[in-house]
Design a protein around this ligand. Structure first.
Ligand code: MLT
Length: 210
């Protein structure tokens, strides 16, 4: 099923027709299987759509090209974010999940492409959980993100994402009208138990299962 969809992916239906679908977006070097176990910890009963990034960097899948650590190929990012947004819509039609209840859950490179989708294609994601997120790009036109909920879960000792950049991303999304929570974890670039606990509570407060 879903062979016509443009990303290699996994899809797991939600427990009920109105359940949110978590769009799972892995970090650099991950694949479509990596984030699936998180669903049980974050929101059991939610659906899951988990695409594999199409760009390969020395064999490691990513969602868009980068020129160096933290330096993104912005032309590629714009195209790839649009492609991912289109994929979400096509997958909703194919698998018949509610396209208005899709919540991105991304780690690092996955968080960055989720932010790019929020900024370039408002309305595709009802919200997003962004673990270790950077500012992916500055859109030419400020999007309208009212009714969009975003959790940024970043870490104080992340060698790749500064506190200032985390605050800048939060400010950009807030300026566009999003409801943004910026949570700070102990630790570095890797996911921690604190991220999971924070995201679980946040998801249940904003996207209760119907
Ligand atoms: C990564 O390792 O994936 C980076 O820190 C984030 C990115 O390149 O998007």
């Amino acid at each position: 099923m879903g062979a016509g969809l443009s990303f290699v992916h996994q899809y797991v239906p939600g427990a009920a027709p109105g359940a949110p679908t978590l769009l799972l977006l892995h970090g650099t070097g991950g694949d479509e299987h990596d984030m699936l176990p998180l669903v049980q910890h974050l929101m059991p009963g939610a659906g899951a759509l988990s695409p594999r990034g199409k760009v390969l960097e020395r064999g490691m899948p990513r969602y868009f090209r980068r020129l160096a650590e933290g330096v993104f190929d912005l032309d590629d990012l714009r195209v790839r974010a649009q492609e991912l947004a289109d994929f979400v819509g096509a997958a909703a039609a194919e698998y018949r999940f509610d396209p208005t209840r899709v919540v991105g859950v991304g780690l690092s490179n996955g968080a960055n492409v989720a932010s790019a989708v929020l900024l370039l294609r408002p309305g595709v994601l009802a919200g997003a959980v962004l673990f270790r997120a950077m500012v992916p790009l500055v859109p030419e036109t400020e999007p309208t993100l009212s009714d969009t909920h975003v959790l940024i879960s970043n870490a104080r000792n992340d060698p790749f994402v500064s506190a200032a950049e985390s605050e800048r991303l939060a400010a950009m999304l807030r300026a566009a009208g999003a409801d943004v929570t910026l949570a700070w974890q102990a630790g570095g670039h890797n996911l921690t138990q604190g991220d999971i606990t924070t995201a679980r509570t946040w998801l249940h407060e904003r996207f209760a299962l119907d």
